[in-house]
Write a protein that binds this ligand. Sequence first.
Ligand SMILES: Cc1cc2nc3c(=O)[nH]c(=O)nc-3n(C[C@H](O)[C@H](O)[C@H](O)COP(=O)(O)OP(=O)(O)OC[C@H]3O[C@@H](n4cnc5c(N)ncnc54)[C@H](O)[C@@H]3O)c2cc1C
Ligand SMILES: NC(=O)c1ccc[n+]([C@@H]2O[C@H](COP(=O)([O-])OP(=O)(O)OC[C@H]3O[C@@H](n4cnc5c(N)ncnc54)[C@H](OP(=O)(O)O)[C@@H]3O)[C@@H](O)[C@H]2O)c1
Length: 446
Amino acid sequence: MTDLPSACVIGAGSSGIAAAKALHERGIPFDCFEKGDRVGGNWVFKNKNGVSSAYRSLHINTSRERMEYADFPMPASYPDFPRHDQIARYFNDYVEHFGLRERIEFETGVQHVGRREDGVWEVTLERGETRLYDALLVANGHHWDPRWPEPPLEGSFDGELIHSHHYRDPSQLEGKRVVVIGMGNSAMDIAVDSSYHAAATTLIARSGVHVVPKYILGKPLDSAVRPTRIPFPWLLGGMQVVLRLTVGPMERYGLPNPEHRLGRAHPTVSTRILDRLAHGEIEVKRGIERLEGGEVLYTDGTRAPVDLIVCCTGYKISFPFFDERFFAAPENRLHLYKRVFVPAHPGMYLIGFVQPWGAIMPIAELQGRLVGDHLLGEYALPSPGEMQRDIDRMLRRQERRYLASKRHTLQVDFANYAVELEDERRAGTQRAQERGFAPAVAAVLD
Ligand SMILES: Cc1cc2nc3c(=O)[nH]c(=O)nc-3n(C[C@H](O)[C@H](O)[C@H](O)COP(=O)(O)OP(=O)(O)OC[C@H]3O[C@@H](n4cnc5c(N)ncnc54)[C@H](O)[C@@H]3O)c2cc1C
Ligand SMILES: NC(=O)c1ccc[n+]([C@@H]2O[C@H](COP(=O)([O-])OP(=O)(O)OC[C@H]3O[C@@H](n4cnc5c(N)ncnc54)[C@H](OP(=O)(O)O)[C@@H]3O)[C@@H](O)[C@H]2O)c1
């Protein structure tokens, strides 16, 4: 028995386990439910949860030193950009090391979450049981629900049409004439795989992007991305100059030149795509006009027979366990205070719902600590009005900082956001002190 609020954590991916650790070390009673049979979420290749987007050739594109949790370094034997299985093992070692495994209920999906009038969370598991909690931490990930081309591709297609979420293995590409749609990181990886295994590879580049190699001046590209108050775009100026001198204009590789400055879009990181383009192993087109049986008609008027189209067109943010009217992310938009707190639903927190220039894991760790302190009564939120004003400011900043796109609604600059969270923790501690450390979330349940 404790007078601390009880909490439910949905998901034991890299965000859920970071949050679970924060609760565990603060003595906050909690259950963590995980659909799959192990931790690691997206990083578990062929995860039994059925929703991992990992493919055989997947390596991280944020370097290991930037991706690791602050208090649990990745093994020094790991390369700078480890493969998915090494990353999954790292998350497994993390829960082992901090004694979290027995706190997680595996193969236990959350079916539905509702809220009683007294504020208690009713969590119904897929196996039918309902459990009650004072607080709810949502860490179900945001890269698992495919966003297909919008509007849908016109015409009818006799070949195979998949989303990158369904790509697992180069054998799916072997000997085929493949079209890869998109210029994000999924498209780069899959186009490169295709260029080695398919009979022909065409990349659809609707928008120009700055393709950034994994190393710049001999160092992982994100080695300079450390928490700082210096606005991150200022730091990107130097990178832009180096890229201009080393990589050069995108049109040299047959790609459209981007119409935006470096940093206005989520980074597309790939060293190998440029090489495969330079070798003529990948053809570039700007768009698909329509599908005609076994052929694709491109917007430049040319046509070609195609066996497989891979839509690397991004992901939707989805919460299938909430009634849509209760909580949803229409057009991928979330209105959260500091990207964590849901002003409309006190006692509910989102962990890992950011897309950084940098890695998600250290951010999930900071978010988890903030929520842990909040549940202890050691961090207090500002008034609802102040939260709303902060959210409005954040949204305006976001509009100025990033290209308007469903891709960028969760975008943050890791370097600045990490400092913002630490500042917020200090400010919230001060507020809590002024309020006599009153509990932020009532422990209604025994
Ligand atoms: C191909 C790919 C490569 C990426 N590479 C990088 C990278 O290099 N660096 C980086 O920082 N980010 C990368 N990302 C972003 C990715 O989102 C993060 O790496 C990371 O997976 C986020 O962890 P998460 O815990 O938030 O989500 P997930 O890894 O998706 O984990 C969510 C967990 O919640 C569980 N879950 C979901 N719903 C329920 C439910 N109803 N009940 C119970 N459990 C549930 C799932 O089973 C899963 O285990 C990549 C994404 C993709 C798609
Ligand atoms: N190796 C890695 O570590 C790795 C690998 C894969 C993914 N990831 C991560 O996973 C997340 C998702 O990446 P993602 O690449 O799957 O998705 P994404 O970043 O959202 O990129 C989607 C791409 O599809 C394009 N697109 C969308 N609709 C289109 C249409 N109808 N026609 C043509 N193009 C269209 C977008 O172009 P517009 O800009 O024009 O909309 C964009 O280039 C990111 O965080 C990414 O960093 C990491």
